[in-house]
Design a binder for this molecule. Sequence first.
Ligand SMILES: [Cu+2]
Length: 172
Amino acid sequence: MEIRRRALVMMAVATAVVASFARLAAATTSYTVGAPDGLWDMHTDYAEWVAARTFHPGDNITFTYSRELHDVVEVGKAGYDACSNTNNVSAFRSGNDVVALTAVGTRYFLCGLTGHCDSGMKIRIDVVAVTAGPTAAPPPTTKSAARSIVAGTGLGALVVAQVLVGSIMAFS
Ligand SMILES: [Cu+2]
């Protein structure tokens, strides 16, 4: 009875470890804004692009563009709504700007060149917490494929843990 209890505790610990690894692995996706059909340009529908993806803390987004044609300005909601970069949070103009989505919340970016934001060159990114459990529907992106791989790895680790526990029980 004592051995059985110890084994159950070990199983619970192993499951918790696997779950936390899966969560960590899932939280590091890199996105190129607008890709694969567009980039940071005047043609991409960013609302549509964002709607097809889910952003979590730890992910990052990269703005790729020609430095002669565009830039990237992070603004607040008011700036986003009005296409104004007067109170910008930060500005980027390398042509390959990586922005880390460090925390849950909404981030707003626009192109600071005259008329570009008004033509639709602005993007709103909602960064949401990673949810666990069967209620979380996976988004229809390549990210869900990555999650499946992670889940598969987790399952493998669980089987290894079970075998370990089994051998411990046999030798106790
Ligand atoms: Cu622009």
